[in-house]
Design a binder for this molecule. Structure first.
Ligand SMILES: [Mn+2]
Length: 334
């Protein structure tokens, strides 16, 4: 008989997903449903997404993590995923935009995070269904003393993820099924098979999120907009990451620190270059020059480091001004 196999938060744990699908003996005509959160934190988001996209009879419900990518809300986990997916990132996010916020058949309802009792899924707010920050806030206000599922009295069973329930799924009254068993944190990946309502789990191979957080620190740091940070922001970023990083990351940050110091100490050379250029050009040429304001100050003998410093409030500003004066300063370390 055709089953519906619903899998909890996968978060890029592809090997565990394959093991789980083997354990439940997934057959081609079974419907495979993800509660959402295919990506972020784990090692292989691209493989997980591909499996669901390429397998016929597969459904993915929008999780709050997909929604973050769709809406461009980036924290560290999303920056890592963007690097993991590389050239496929934009196209994958485009696909995420098409995901439904719930799934329902004759046996169950599936949402990522929550739903309000007594209201059909089609009439619920997307924020509540997928567990966005705003949706979470609303739920807390509605149910200050407990969980939304304490109040779920509808006859049809509801299946969801989003909140890690521990190593074991949360099952109540044969109607409430919380399937997020923390696969990306080294716990379990869990599936519910319907209509038999049998539960299956496999153990995660590692605490993937802890590993990813360390492993991707340097690549993510390198994507920071170093050129456009102000000097205080740049110093603050270096201090913040030096405190928590391994030797390779600290070494790279020291290179950034030297680069920034060299740029800042080039101010006297920029002043000298501005006086030279101001001497060489005609008044008309000065007017058309990108650094015209400073060149006129130089021509009037009023240019000093203090007036240039404002224009050079970022590495990029310094490099661009230098280039316009014929000086080549290096870009951020690779
Ligand atoms: Mn999740």
């Amino acid at each position: 008989m055709r089953r519906t196999v619903i899998v909890g938060d996968i978060h890029g744990c592809f090997d565990e997903l394959l093991e789980l699908l083997e354990k439940v003996d997934l057959r081609p005509d079974d419907l495979l449903v993800s509660v959402g959160d295919l990506v972020d934190r784990g090692p292989a988001p691209g493989e997980v997404v591909s499996l669901f996209r390429e397998r016929p009879n597969s459904v993915v419900v929008m999780g709050n993590h997909e929604r973050k990518h769709v809406r461009g809300i980036f924290s560290y986990a999303q920056e890592i995923t963007r690097l993991q997916l590389g050239d496929h990132y934009a196209e994958t996010v485009h696909w995420m935009r098409t995901l439904p916020y719930y799934f329902e058949n004759e046996h169950v309802r599936v949402v990522h995070a929550a739903m309000l009792p007594g209201i059909s899924p089609a009439d619920q707010k997307e924020e509540i269904l997928c567990g966005s920050t705003g949706g979470q806030r609303e739920l807390t206000a509605l149910f200050p003393d407990g969980h939304w599922h304490d109040h779920y009295t509808d006859a049809k069973p509801v299946v969801f993820g989003h909140h890690v329930t521990g190593r074991e799924p949360m099952i109540r009254d044969g109607r409430i099924f919380g399937l997020d068993t923390g696969a990306c944190h080294g716990w379990n990946l869990t599936a519910l098979c319907v209509p038999g309502f049998t539960v299956h789990s496999v153990r995660a191979h590692a605490d993937h999120w802890s590993i990813a957080k360390r492993r991707w620190q340097l690549p993510v740091l390198k994507t920071r907009p170093w050129r456009d940070l102000t000097w205080p922001e740049l110093t603050e970023t270096i201090v913040r990451f030096s405190a928590t990083s391994d030797a390779a990351v600290r070494g790279w940050l020291e290179t950034v620190e030297r680069w920034a110091a060299d740029l800042r100490s080039s101010l006297p050379a920029l002043v000298t270059a501005a006086y030279r250029v101001a001497d060489e050009l005609t008044t008309d040429e000065l007017r058309r020059h990108p650094a015209a304001r400073y060149l006129f100050q130089a021509r009037n003998g009023r240019l000093d480091q203090t007036s240039l410093a404002r224009r050079c409030s970022t590495p990029g500003g310094t490099i661009d001004l230098a280039a316009s004066l014929g000086l080549v300063l290096p870009g951020p370390p690779g």
